[in-house]
Design a protein around this ligand. Sequence first.
Ligand SMILES: Cc1cc2nc3c(=O)[nH]c(=O)nc-3n(C[C@H](O)[C@H](O)[C@H](O)COP(=O)(O)O)c2cc1C
Length: 259
Amino acid sequence: MQHSARYVITFAAAICAFCSIFVASSAVLLKDRQEANRALDIQKKVLIVADLMDEKESLPAEEIRRRFEKNITPKIIDVATGSPVDGVDPATFDQREAAADPKTSRPAPPNAAKVVRIPNHAQIFEVIEDGALSAVILPIEGKGLWSTLYGYLALAPDVRTINGITFYEHGETAGLGGEVDNPRWKALWKGRQAFDDQWQPAISLVKGSAGPPDQDPHHVDGLSGATITSRGVTNLLAFWLGDDGFAPYLEQLRNQKGT
Ligand SMILES: Cc1cc2nc3c(=O)[nH]c(=O)nc-3n(C[C@H](O)[C@H](O)[C@H](O)COP(=O)(O)O)c2cc1C
């Protein structure tokens, strides 16, 4: 049976309209769930970098939330001064959105990490165990080869010793730059020193292997075949540990502790 051109066009248009309504309504209906999953994923990464969850552990959402709420205090800080900001709800604060909006961010000075804008406010996490601060977790981001890497750096209470690093989003090549996700590589960071004696950022990736943390505290093994991603990780740490990043907040913590 042969259909007229008008029939075919009307039929195709009806299918297109049905599909677009279906896709649009699914996107709207699933938005809340997607946001909840994103928030849960961030809680999970924060727990992992805080050593409160093993990367290989598969925990139900409830347990992730329980551990997060028990030990982690999210805080909003003013990046330029390092002081806490009242009146901003950490549960709804979106730092990436803040950094993209000229009303809530400022242009970054030229930098090797290719950070374009610095948000006025940032979300950091303080890890409290047995009533005492056991780590601070800082959001970090910067360009690798193909993508911007987003992650967290955990520092011990001396705000110098690195407890861990993790990246929760990037588009580097699996097996090359994507080795930032390799648990063996991430394990190399523990015990390294983020700053030198003058409190200048001093941690970098080297080509090949670094020595053990007590002998080579400022270096970490580079990612083999991924010099550009490795350089990106060095650059993003230099930026966020520096004066335009979290140096003011870390200085406040040091002053509180009198170190
Ligand atoms: C398909 C493909 C994917 C690549 N992905 C990455 C990557 O994710 N990160 C990176 O630094 N280099 C990547 N490279 C390699 C870079 O192009 C470049 O050669 C490399 O960074 C140099 O590192 P090397 O001196 O350690 O070999 C990739 C190369 C190819 C062909």
